[in-house]
Design a protein around this ligand. Structure first.
Ligand SMILES: *Cc1c(COP(=O)(O)O)cnc(C)c1O
Length: 369
């Protein structure tokens, strides 16, 4: 049997008519970039996340860059973030001219270790940029407390966590902004690039709208230097269809994760750890083992796809070698050596899951010997 890590085609086929219909209406309507579907999606996402405003942009990366820019972060500033994330998290900080200051992670959740934030704060620190990794939120109450105490802004990288919540509040509704990606593989994915910024701050939303369109509010009258970072109508129309199914899909991910938890317990794998009062949306189901290389190799041989998120922590990336006043961050380094994701997606069948568990069980047994 072959089990892919995810199956985007299966999801499209399950909604084929609705999506084709939405696409056809956009094509026939004649508005293709920023328009009624983008506006409607912005309202729907703001509603969904529990914020007042949402601003559609071209990608999750741009959501981060525009957030930092709109909050006035630039050269000479430091932004505290996790070392264990997709590269775009740190790249966005560098892109606006600021310096990422990497903090180690919690060994169980792989999210920013909140007990290590304050020791990194200097007079240059302007912001904290936590990531809600793999679909589980960082400890936002603690992070907001530290930010308030030190007068810092908070930008949530919620690209992997749409629909997740902590203490009853959704991802993207805690910080000054929340940044989302609609990259095809994300829990809410389009068929191209796309992103969204959520906020409760009216002036900030206004600045973001201006920034995404070349710094202009009125066409051909440019108040600031901006970007070309707009969401298109095709993606927005598709995402509006899919948003209606997001809770169902996230629930299916959770059920499949629980099933894995039960079936994989006691086999010697480190399983996902869920913090109390957290709704995890399992963007990825990530396990860990010292013999990761052997396990992945053997699984792939049996037709089971795996993924490594991420093989190199950010502070060890070539792009950040020059920043090497960085001390070692042992938990992030260890995670990058031992973690791997196994197949989990809403459309995955029980027999696919049983097959993964069976193969994984056999591989782990032979490792024991
Ligand atoms: C996907 C992702 C991004 C970037 O989103 P894009 O839409 O691909 O630009 C940023 N941060 C994290 C944690 C992500 O997973």
């Amino acid at each position: 049997m072959k089990v892919p890590l995810m199956d985007l085609r299966a999801q499209y086929l399950s909604l084929q008519e609705e999506i084709n219909d939405a696409v056809r209406r956009v094509l026939e309507g004649g508005r293709y970039i920023l328009g009624p579907n983008v506006e409607a999606l912005e309202e729907e996402v703001a509603d969904y996340c529990g914020t007042k405003y949402a601003v559609g942009v071209a990608s999750g990366t741009d959501a981060l860059v525009l957030s930092l820019d709109a909050l006035g972060i630039g050269p000479g500033d430091e932004v505290i973030t996790t070392s264990y994330s997709f590269f775009a998290t740190a790249e966005a900080i560098s892109r606006v001219g600021a310096r990422p200051v990497f903090v180690d992670i919690d060994k169980d959740t792989y999210n920013l270790d909140v007990s290590r934030i304050e020791e990194k704060i200097t007079k240059h620190t302007k912001a904290i940029l936590p990531v809600h990794l793999f679909g589980q939120m960082a400890l936002m109450d603690k992070i907001m407390e530290i930010a308030q105490k030190h007068g810092l802004v908070v930008i949530e990288d919620a690209c992997q966590a749409i629909g997740s919540s902590y203490r009853g509040r959704r991802a993207g509704s805690w910080g000054n902004t929340g940044c989302f990606s609609f990259f095809p593989t994300k829990n809410l994915g389009g068929y191209g690039d796309g992103g969204m910024i959520t906020t409760n701050d009216y002036e900030l939303a206004k600045r973001l709208r201006r920034l995404r369109a070349h710094g202009s509010q009125r066409k051909y009258y440019n108040e600031t230097i901006g970007y070309n970072s707009r969401l298109d109508e095709l993606q927005a129309a598709i995402l509006r269809v899919k948003l209606r199914y997001l809770d169902l899909w996230n629930e299916a991910r959770r059920e499949k994760a629980w099933r894995y938890n039960n079936l994989l317990r006691g086999l010697g794998l480190k399983l996902p750890y869920v913090v109390q009062d957290t709704v995890h949306v399992y963007h990825l189901y990530v396990v860990a083992h010292r013999a990761r290389g052997e396990i992945i190799h053997a699984l792939q041989h049996k037709g089971v796809a795996c993924g490594i998120y991420y093989p190199v922590p950010l502070h060890l990336q070539d792009a950040y070698k020059s920043l090497h006043s960085n001390p070692s961050l042992p938990m992030a380094e260890r995670a990058s050596e031992e973690t791997f994701a196994i197949p989990l997606f809403p459309e995955k069948t029980e027999s696919q899951q049983d097959y993964v568990v069976e193969q994984l069980g056999k591989i782990l047994q032979t490792l024991e010997k």
